[in-house]
Design a protein. Structure first.
Ligand code: HEM
Ligand SMILES: [Cu+2]
Lengths: 95, 548
């Protein structure tokens, strides 16, 4: 809600940094880090998603409870997807 | 300010249908009721297209040999039947037609919260539809509506990407509808219309919207991944490329099981309205019925892998999912029991909408109970991928969703068109639908149980009798669907003029004129009564609840 957070320059800079992070992801894919390649890629993706949610979707600074409810339910359903899928991947007997 | 006079209302003759006749006044409208009509026309066209493919399937299966078409053609035919019916008919039909028309009316609002987004959602639907028609004309697609890889990503040489893109775009259309409904229901209810007073149709559409918003993005991304694997050979799902085909199934069904609740919940909402009106009673256990919609929306997300029991997934996970699947039976049963309890000592009348409501209850119960058979691990291994599954989901989707839609169309037709439909014809066609439906799909339970697999274009001789019955039933069913279309169109011109509230029903939509004016209400209504206050309405019959 603060003044500079809504200025155009801020969003342009944010947009550019998202593009830079995309480039970093692509670059990192060409470096062989063994099992850490996916870790790095996911880490960068998470940072990007967080930036989008906080600033482009105006979650940072929002005061309404409704916003919190929406964000929490989004993550809750993501958790369902991950946890129950993992219930399969982690317990396959033939592995 | 909300009660400021609206010019369109000054002449009592102008309603939303007569407010402009040009093509532009329709194609650029932001009136939720006109958008509902646009949806009604386009969705009906897709329904008959999907029905055409169904007829081809039933004709091929009339005889054991594959004589009408090649196996490859058959694969395309059932795929296009499935994609059209699921994504272009069942998912949008009740929310986009009845929901669009009724949500603002039922909560005493002038329109949805975002009228332009509403129009955009219809255009997205049309773009998706045209894309799919194009895909069909240039050769179609043969993956089944489920798009399973590695067949869809590496083996099929049909237009998988174009079909996927069409489904992707249609998905955004339903996300927009869901978003619009949620904001509207939160922000635009008339004064006094608290959550506990909302019609159950609103609760049902609210729960549906939540699923649309949370689930649809997942299937959209999954389709993008299929396209990426197909074009760029990224190893995501194909084991040959290092991917995992079960990952697709997890992602697909994470959406597509909840999607079956996108289909059925709005119809359940319709049924609640019908039962209350034609039993002249408040719905028994209103709060439970309302909350069971929310429960279905949430539990629906916990059961998806019951579609994957034989896929090679972990046995332990399968047991968990089997157990969880039984939990969705509970809110479903809550609804069925509460509807039947509402009938108890009600003053029941048998108008056509009520016939459809009865049909819904019976058929949905059979469909739901056979769902529990399938959710039982040991039984599913026997009947998975057989006609038993086909029969199960047609009982819920055709016997449930479609019955609800037709019931709702008859109930609100006077409101939508300002005309009454011919009751005798309507009863006759309801009979055709019910008999035809059971004749078509009940034999399929038996066929599946004795071992006829789904998605094959020929079968052993001993299955023929039941298949002939099924095809015969489908013809009766087709008559049952054509009749309403004909007499609804007929009634537009020749039907008796409908009053504002021909059923003497509760609900704000009946306080608006038939058909409603562009902005629905002259003055924003103030609600001081509970939902389904039929005891009050019937206590003083001369005081029909048309306020003012
Ligand atoms: C009472 C709750 C329900 C339960 C426990 C249930 C359970 C199941 C199970 C276990 C399967 C997988 C069978 C197999 O492939 O081996 C299945 C398939 C299916 N169900 Fe249900 N179901 C329920 C309600 C519904 C409803 C309400 C709908 C739609 C409105 C629906 C639509 C479908 C569809 C479309 C399939 C087949 C998908 C495919 O493979 O093409 N079900 N159901
Ligand atoms: Cu399911």
């Amino acid at each position: 809600m603060s003044e500079h957070a809504t200025s155009r320059g801020f969003y342009v800079a944010l947009g550019i940094s998202l593009l830079v992070l995309t480039a970093v992801t692509v670059g990192a894919a060409f470096v062989n880090l063994g099992p850490f390649n996916p870790v790095i890629a996911l880490l960068i993706a998470t940072i990007k998603a967080t930036l989008v949610v906080l600033f482009f979707m105006h979650v940072k600074g929002a005061s309404e409870k409704m916003t919190a409810a929406v964000v929490i339910s989004g993550f809750f359903f993501l958790a369902i997807l991950l946890v129950l899928s993992m219930a399969d991947y982690l317990t396959r007997a033939w592995r | 300010m909300a009660s400021a006079a609206i010019p369109a209302n000054q002449s009592p003759k102008t309603n939303y249908l007569t407010n402009g006749y040009s093509l532009k006044s329709w194609l650029l409208t932001t009136d939720h009721k006109r958008i509902a009509i646009l949806y009604l026309i386009s969705i009906t066209l897709f329904f008959f297209l999907g029905g055409f493919f169904a007829m081809l399937i039933r004709l091929e299966l009339l005889t054991p040999q594959g004589d009408l078409m090649h196996a490859d053609t058959y694969n395309k035919v059932f795929t296009m039947h499935g994609i059209i019916m699921v994504f272009f008919f069942l998912i949008p039909v009740v929310p986009a037609v009845l929901g669009n028309f009724l949500v603002p009316l039922m909560i005493g609002a002038k329109d949805l919260a975002f009228p332009r987004i509403n129009l955009l959602s219809w255009y997205l639907y049309i773009i998706a539809g045209v894309l799919f028609l194009h895909c069909m004309l240039v050769g179609g697609v043969d993956t089944g509506w489920t798009f399973y890889p590695p067949f869809s990503t590496s083996a099929s040489n049909t237009n998988v990407i174009e079909a996927g893109l069409a489904v992707f775009i249609a998905g955004f259309s339903s996300i927009f509808t869901g978003l619009n409904f949620i904001v509207t229901i939160h922000r635009m209810r008339a004064p006094g219309l608290t959550w506990n007073r909302l019609p159950l149709f609103i609760w049902a559409n609210y729960a549906t919207s939540v699923i649309m918003i949370l689930g649809t993005p997942v299937v959209a991304i999954t389709i993008i991944l299929v396209a990426a694997e197909r074009t760029l050979h990224l190893g995501i799902f194909d084991p040959k490329l290092g991917g995992d085909p079960l990952l697709f199934q997890h992602l697909f069904w994470f959406y597509s099981h909840p999607a079956v609740y996108i289909m059925i919940l709005p119809s359940m909402g319709v049924i609640s309205e019908l039962i209350a009106c034609f039993a002249r009673k408040r719905i028994f256990g209103y709060n439970f019925v309302a909350l069971s919609s929310i429960a279905l929306a949430v539990f629906g997300f916990l059961v998806w892998a019951h579609h994957m029991f034989v896929s090679g997934m972990s046995l332990y996970a399968a047991m968990v999912f089997s157990f969880l699947s039984f939990s969705v039976g509970v809110p479903s049963a809550v609804k069925v029991f509460n509807w039947t309890a509402t009938l108890y000592r009600g003053s029941i009348s048998y108008a056509t909408p009520m016939l459809y409501a009865f049909g819904f209850i019976g058929l949905f119960t059979i469909g739901g109970l056979t769902g529990l058979f399938l959710a039982t691990l040991g039984i599913d291994v026997h009947v998975t991928d057989t006609y038993f599954v086909v029969a199960h989901f047609h009982y819920v989707m055709v016997g449930g969703v479609l019955m609800g839609f037709l019931g709702g169309m008859h109930f609100w037709w006077p409101k939508i068109s300002g005309r009454m439909y011919p009751e005798a014809w309507a009863k006759l066609s309801a009979l055709f639908v019910f008999v035809g439906f059971n004749l078509t799909f009940f034999p399929q339970f038996i066929l599946g149980y004795v071992g006829m697999p789904r998605r094959y274009w020929q079968y052993p001789h001993e299955f023929q009798v039941l298949n002939v019955l099924s095809t015969a039933g489908a013809s009766v069913l087709a008559v049952g669907y054509l009749l309403p279309m004909i007499y609804f169109l007929w009634s537009l011109r020749y039907g008796p003029i409908a009053e504002a509230n021909p059923w003497n029903a509760a609900g704000l939509e009946w306080k608006a004129a038939s058909p409603p004016t562009t902005f629905n209400f002259d003055e924003t209504p103030v609600v001081t009564w509970e939902a389904y206050n039929y005891d009050e309405i019937d206590a003083k019959p001369q005081e029909v609840p048309v306020g003012r």
